[in-house]
Ligand binder design. Structure first.
Ligand code: AMP
Length: 423
């Protein structure tokens, strides 16, 4: 199937051809014709499948063909709500690129930054708005935005939205939408809470499920290194140098772990940056653009922070820690091998993580090849391994607070022995 056969209009076709899209991805093939007929859509798909274009192209096309367009010129007619700033920016960039040969205008709003630039852009009038929920409600409250002209509504990454506690915001936004509209709802997973939420938004939707999991796992060259926990930093250093990858995304299970990896690499004179939930929006954005532009070649990320990051031509993914949820592995390695490209994903597996590896292999229905000849190999058998006992916790210790360093005597020691005399 070609984009021509999908009846994409000329200005959009020209823009996507310039972007190098020669063929629609499966989700585009399934969704675009349905959306062009004005139907609601429930998409079980995640970033990496080409889903942004799957909704952006038909929205742009319908806006162009809309006869009432002149009446609502530069009023917000399409709204895309997405959980994070990174995703919002990415989606808006896609809209901008796909609509570059049209006169449609779009902008993006998100929290964590001053609102001045965003409200200035809104004042000029836009047709398409990409937003995170909090800032959207905030600017609606201040009177900068009205949703009464919305004809197209997209709720993106719904499961992540609920994970991040946005459910009340979402309900408030839905309540402000005109009833007559086309609605699209995307989620990587479909637990009961998500299905319920989708019922509140969608009429009788067309359902599309795209499972990038197996497909992605097959495209990516994978390998696992059995290594002791203590040797992981050295192995990472070695691989970064040996593989000479232009861009390496390293996954760490914890935020603290991510920072620690950055420090260890710095000692080996390898520049890396970390993105995770404890970093400010600005720090995250800076780290991400440095990585995208190639200024930083190594980015360390936690799963939540990395979800949805779209870095084209990401050459290497390293699972510094194996995730205990096997689906997470597939999401991670899907960061490389995007759309048509193929990539390499290397995983470090310490002896305690071997059960996680078995779960992953079950899910992807393939064995991950083991690298048997590396410098830091840990060839112990699981049966020989005895988990070290944890040191007993001393529950009598006082909790650390800024004024209390956890030592009972601090207060007494810091107290002045003699009260200064009043004169
Ligand atoms: P998304 O799932 O929307 O984040 O898209 C993932 C990546 O695939 C992005 O880098 C898109 O630019 C790219 N992409 C989307 N559609 C196509 C296509 N039809 N052909 C090639 N690349 C595409």
């Amino acid at each position: 199937m070609t984009f021509n056969e999908l009846k994409i209009s000329e200005p959009i076709l020209r823009a996507i051809t310039e972007k190098g899209y020669s063929q629609p991805t499966p989700i585009q093939e399934k969704s675009i014709p349905v959306l062009l007929q004005g139907k609601d859509l429930l998409g079980c798909a995640q970033t990496g499948t080409g889903k942004t274009a799957a909704f952006a192209i038909p929205i742009i096309q319908q806006l162009l063909e809309d006869e009432t367009r002149n009446k609502n010129h530069r009023k917000i007619k399409a709204l895309i709500v997405t959980p994070t700033r990174e995703l919002a920016i990415q989606i808006q960039e896609n809209f901008r690129e796909y609509s570059k040969y049209t006169d449609l205008r779009n902008t993006v709003i998100f929290g964590g930054v001053k609102q001045g630039k965003q409200t200035a852009s809104l004042r000029q009038g836009v047709d398409i708005l990409v937003a995170t929920p909090g800032r959207l409600l905030d600017l609606i409250g201040q009177g900068f935005i009205t949703l009464k002209h919305i004809e197209y509504f997209v709720l993106d990454e719904a499961d992540q939205m609920l994970d991040m506690g946005f459910i009340h915001d979402i309900k408030k936004i839905i309540a402000k939408l005109p009833p007559k509209r086309q609605s699209l709802f995307f989620s990587a997973t479909m637990p009961k809470s998500i299905v319920e939420l989708s019922g509140k938004i969608l009429g009788n939707p067309y359902k599309v499920t795209v499972k990038p999991e197996q497909a992605t796992a097959e495209k990516v060259e994978q390998a696992v290194y059995f290594v002791a926990k203590a040797d992981k930093p050295k192995l990472l250093e070695y691989l970064i140098i040996e593989k000479e990858a232009d861009s390496t995304l390293v996954f760490s299970r914890t935020k603290h772990g991510a920072d620690k990896i950055v420090r260890k690499l710095a000692k080996a004179k390898i520049t890396a940056e970390a993105i995770h939930g404890n970093k400010s929006q600005n720090q995250r954005q800076r780290a991400l653009s440095n990585f995208k532009s190639g200024k930083t070649k190594v980015l360390i990320a936690t799963d939540i922070a990395a979800r949805g990051i779209d870095v084209s031509e990401l050459s290497l993914v390293v699972n510094y820690d194996l995730p205990n949820v096997p689906e997470t592995y597939v999401h991670r390695i899907g960061r490389t091998g995007r759309a048509k490209a193929s990539g390499v994903a290397l995983s470090f597996c310490d002896i305690e993580e071997r059960p996680y590896l078995r779960d992953i292999e079950k899910l992807i229905r393939q064995k991950v090849p083991v690298v048997n000849n590396h410098l830091y190999i840990d060839d112990r058998k699981e049966s020989e391994y005895v988990k070290p006992e944890k040191k007993p916790q001393n529950h009598n210790r006082r909790k650390k607070t800024p004024g209390n360093k956890g030592n009972k005597n601090v207060w007494r020691r810091n107290k002045p022995k003699n009260k200064p005399k009043q004169s």
